[in-house]
Design a binder for this molecule. Structure first.
Ligand SMILES: [Zn+2]
Length: 191
């Protein structure tokens, strides 16, 4: 098996995490390899989702495998395995919202509850650059919304109240300064 690299994760407050990522116009073999690296990096970091800007590349691609979030007993679990979403666009949101705790590989050690629509309909291109449309709920819908936010320069802490955000100020500053560690490689802080 080829040894694919685990890419270092870019953390808060790197400018690339605040940008609107560029659409993919053509799926080149170089991008194919990059997507493989994304999967490898996500797995290496025990993540359930990873967006391209989180490894320093501002393109509209993210990968996900939310299966781990589901209970084995959960009959409603919709296990999708490894999924890649290219140029994703959420075209419908449910009115019902649910609140769950989220974390982010770009915000090591930080967790908080985020309120998001429970169900979504998403259009995207798959690993063969074919158009797909899916209706997702539960963890799949949550991870997709979290990852798609990364392509629009939004972090989950932008979706919590200003009051709750102030409670994280110390942790955010530590991440910004690069004085946090994680079980996966973090990108060097640009000074
Ligand atoms: Zn994230």
């Amino acid at each position: 098996m080829l040894n694919m690299p685990i890419l270092p994760i870019v953390t808060y407050n790197d400018p690339i995490l605040l940008q609107i990522a560029e659409s993919v116009v053509e799926l080149t073999s170089e991008l194919d390899d990059f997507i493989e690296d994304l999967f490898e990096t996500m797995e290496g970091a025990d993540g359930v989702g990873l967006a391209a800007p989180q490894v320093g590349r501002s393109v509209r691609i993210f990968v996900m495998n939310a299966d781990l979030m589901y209970d084995e007993e959960d009959e409603k679990a919709n296990l999708l395995g490894n999924m890649v979403f290219i140029n994703p666009e959420i075209v419908e949101y449910s009115k019902e919202k649910v609140s769950y705790q989220e974390g982010c590989l770009s915000l090591p050690g930080l967790l908080d509850e985020v309120n998001r629509p429970d169900r979504i309909r998403i259009r995207f291109k798959d690993e063969s650059f074919q158009d797909q449309e899916l209706e997702l709920d539960g963890w799949n819908a949550r991870v997709v919304q979290h990852e798609l936010d990364h392509l629009d320069g939004i972090l989950f802490i932008d979706r919590i109240s200003a009051f709750k955000r102030t409670l994280h100020r110390g942790s955010l500053q530590k991440i910004d300064e690069g004085s946090v560690s994680a079980s996966y490689p973090l990108a060097d802080k640009k000074s």
